[in-house]
Every structure is written in C-alpha cells, then in structure tokens.
Design a protein around this ligand. Sequence first.
Ligand SMILES: [Fe+2]
Ligand SMILES: [Fe+2]
Length: 268
Amino acid sequence: MKCTILVFGDVVGKIGRLALAAALPKLKSKFKADLVLANAENLAHGRGITPKIILDLESAGVDAFTSGHHVWENQTGLQLLNDPAHHIVRPANVDPFLAGKGYMILNVGNHEIAVLNLQGQLFMSQTASSPFLAFDRCWAELTATAKTKPVVIVDLHAEATSEKLALGNYVDGRAAAVYGTHTHVPTADEKILPDGTAYQTDVGMVGALDSVIGFEKNSSIKRFLQQTEAPYKLTEKGLAEVNGLAITLDMNTGKTLHLDRIREIVDI
Ligand SMILES: [Fe+2]
Ligand SMILES: [Fe+2]
C-alpha cells in the first residue's frame, strides 16, 4: 500500500493559518493526500497554540501537528499538549517535565504511522539532549512491540543544516522521512537517501511573503539594528507563501517512493 503525506513547516500567525486553509483543498486533491501534518509552534501570533486555532486548522484539513520550542509560550494552549482529543507532539529530547509528548501513533487506513518530533542542539535557545540518541530510544520503543518495521516520520526542529543532514543520514533506512523545520526558509535539497529515507533540510514556513521569516520586516530589522528584544509584529494580510513537502511512502517497507516540494503563493 502507498500512502502520501503532506508536511508543512512552521505556520506563522493568522496569515499563515489562512494561507494553509486556502491552499489545502487543492493540494490534498492534487497529491491524493492520506495525511496532513503542520508545525504549530508559531500559530498564535508567532508563539504557541490556542484551542480555537487548533480546532480551526483541524477543520481546514490538518490531521496532526508537530512543534518546537515556542509551543510552550502560550499558556492557553498548554492543555492541548496532553489532550488525547488532539494529535500534537513537541520535541522529545527536551525537559521531560514540560507538557506534552515527543511522538504519537496515527492510524492511516489499516496502517500506523509514528510521528516523532526532535529538536536540534546547535544554536537553539532551548537546551535539548541528543536528538540522535532520542531517535534511538524512540526506535527501540516502537520496534519492541511491532510485528513489522515501524513507519516513522521525523520533524527535526533545528537551526544548523549540518546537524539536520547528519541526523537524516544517521536514521537512513530506519525512518521513512526526516524533514527540517524552524528556519522558516525552504531548502532546495529534497531527496531520497540511499536506504530509502526522505530528507529535506527545511521544508520552509507558511506565512507572509513580504516578511522576515514570517514577521513584519521593519520590526525584525529594528531588532538587528538596535540589538534589542523589541517585540515582533506580524503582517495580517497580503501575499503568503505555503511551503511543504509531499511524501509518498511504501507502507510495507517503510521507505519513501517519491517526493515533491510544495510552494504556493496565495493572496490573503
Ligand atoms: Fe518557527
Ligand atoms: Fe523554532
């Protein structure tokens, strides 16, 4: 059996949410998608999640969410990280006392897909343990009870391209796919690694086109010029970029058959 998964990187603020909702019907139909994943860390005005936002995106066609360090920054959304009614993960290799879980099992047809969220250690604001060893621990747990090879999708939320490429190659042949998030800029290196793992260093964001990684450009420039922590502003309307990846898996082998990079521009 084949299975096609659409994955989207960091969805930034209202314009990102609206752009994803606008683009999804056509993309799901074009790729005959069985599952849609999106990174939720920047959904609520750039920081974290809220119940209404998650419900809205579920209604728009997102099945499950990965995230990253910003997901804990909105108090109203923390309850969702432990709510079994929603499919949301946060990086597995951070403080275990923080809310949420690091991986989830999703049912797609008669098959199960595990979605694992990891965070990088290099140039990140939040301390994380080794994502390499965290993958090994998750893989050991999944294979301990499985009758067949687990199908595992990894969102690697990280800054450094070298760390992402190293992890992709470390899990080649075990994970079905590893894709990067966090930098918000898509990389042109999508490929299937030698042992069948789909890989892209960063799938890119869903957010304002005329921006600095989704944030209003003058507020971002001011932070660099003045070396301050001045608040970011978000652009609410205009053109938005929708970046993602369509991954077609062979569910019997847990390997990737085909990849397509997604980039749409929509007017919000
Ligand atoms: Fe982000
Ligand atoms: Fe991030």
